[in-house]
Ligand binder design. Sequence first.
Ligand SMILES: [Zn+2]
Length: 356
Amino acid sequence: MRVRRPVPLSLLSAVAGALFLVAAPGAADAPVVNDCHFHLTNYIQEGITAKKHLENMGTKVGRVALFGIPLQQTWDHGNTGDFAPWYYTQTDAPLYYYSFTDAYIAMQYKSLSPAEQARFDPMITGFNPADMYAADHIRRVLETFPGVFTGIGEFTIHKEFVSPKVAGVTASLTNPALDRILDFAGEVGLVVLMHNDIDMPFPKPGQDPYQLAQLRDLFRRHPKTTIIWAHCGLGRIVRPVEHQIEMVDRALATAESSHVYIDISWDEVAKYLVATPDSIQAAANLINKYPDRFLFGTDEVAPKDQKSYLKVYDMYAPLFAKLTPEASEKLRKGNYERLFDAARAKVRAWEKANVR
Ligand SMILES: [Zn+2]
């Protein structure tokens, strides 16, 4: 019988060193970021396949929250003639809610292998947030496609140039239909990704950004629902309101907003945040102060290759450089994994209990 000797420490460290060397190339291949905000299709429901998007993600992007766009731009021949508009700014014709997007996203997800599916968190978007029946649509999608969805959104309440073009009742933060949606999301455990501008385009001096108070009240009414506020309320024309950083700082400090998170997606937003050394430092200070509350997203729509897909990621390099290692890791990856893993587990449990 051989006598087992304690392994010398020097040998252990040599082995550890060798392992590290072996692991190093793998670490270089490890994903650098997860994307909590990605549109597979555009405003006319055209785009790329989930398979194609895996190519865009390559080894750089680990996981992606996957959705289409809930609104379809009408091609109204009386308005633009033979010109087929593909973006909402190109025509006066209305947008309408296109619920088929949810079936399309579900089928894209189901076309993938289990290992590929694990890299996506599909989201339900094809509902009208001004309709009291919207929550019933979300339930129906979960019942029709169990095992697929992790959250709802991106859906929009106030958005420059978009909300006024939506056919039917105008969505509002005070509409009980939205409360029903957020209650149901909380009950199931669905992550919510909501777009709501922080202000209106071209506000007059001293004009009250009424959205802010309404948003605060909405967050207060739904403490059990995990809500990601897309772009921190910024837009193409809706620029950072005066003292926005201080305002968001105060909002995040209160215990009653502990279920609210912010995504820094969209190149229009990146443009504001990295505009000057001061803006970069101010944004970095805020994220370093609340490292658990911010998520990276691209807000890209059906990108053609990895370079265009990661444009926003590259734009943020100066911001990432100002973050603590902890804040940087959480913003790029950790917070996504924490929120979406928790949601996946809850939604699967709800489906098990409620879907026959
Ligand atoms: Zn978006």
